[in-house]
Design a protein around this ligand. Structure first.
Ligand code: RTP
Ligand code: MG
Length: 148
């Protein structure tokens, strides 16, 4: 089943949005396969955002993502990569549609609350960069016949 890497950025953690964000993906129907609160090292930040290393905002981006704890997650489900990107909204929260995470909670492009993998290749790369094999759980949801 398709997996994606999502991360509540330091601004989202500071603003107590972990629960709200987890809730959106849970109620959408995706399955949580792994999660942890962690600090990102300078080295990990540079690897994660390697594609942006020549952009003028790279230094700021690395400083910000290493500035405090993030909540890293692996989510699973059909088309989870593109659906999660739609649920996040546009990179610039000023342009993100209300109802999306960035549209509802973000203000500036630098502090846009959440990261999500943008392709199958980046999802595989980012899941493996942040999680070891034994931190990703494979499990079935309970048979729901006992829920009335
Ligand atoms: P992300 O990787 O964090 O999920 O965001 P994204 O795909 O929507 O956007 P991307 O182009 O990958 O940019 C990564 C992050 O860099 C910051 N950024 N700042 N100052 C700027 O013009 C600028 N542009 C991008 C944003 O925080 C963006 O999420
Ligand atoms: Mg990106």
């Amino acid at each position: 089943m398709e997996k994606t890497f999502l991360m509540v950025k330091p601004d989202g953690v500071q603003r107590n949005l972990i629960g709200e964000i987890v809730s959106r993906f849970e109620t959408k129907g995706f399955k949580l396969a792994g999660a942890k609160l962690m600090n990102i090292s300078d080295e990990l930040a540079k690897q994660h955002y390697g594609e942006h290393k020549d952009r003028p905002f790279f230094g700021e981006l690395v400083d910000f993502i290493t500035s405090g704890p993030v909540f890293a997650m692996v989510w699973e489900g059909e088309n989870v990569i593109s659906t999660a990107r739609n649920m996040m909204g546009k990179t610039n929260p000023a342009e993100a549609t209300p109802g999306t995470i960035r549209g509802d909670f973000g203000l500036t492009v630098g502090k846009n609350v959440i990261h999500g993998s943008d392709s199958l290749e980046s999802a595989e790369r980012e899941v493996n960069l942040f999680f070891s094999k034994n931190e990703i759980l494979s499990y079935e949801k309970q048979d729901s016949s006992w829920i009335y």
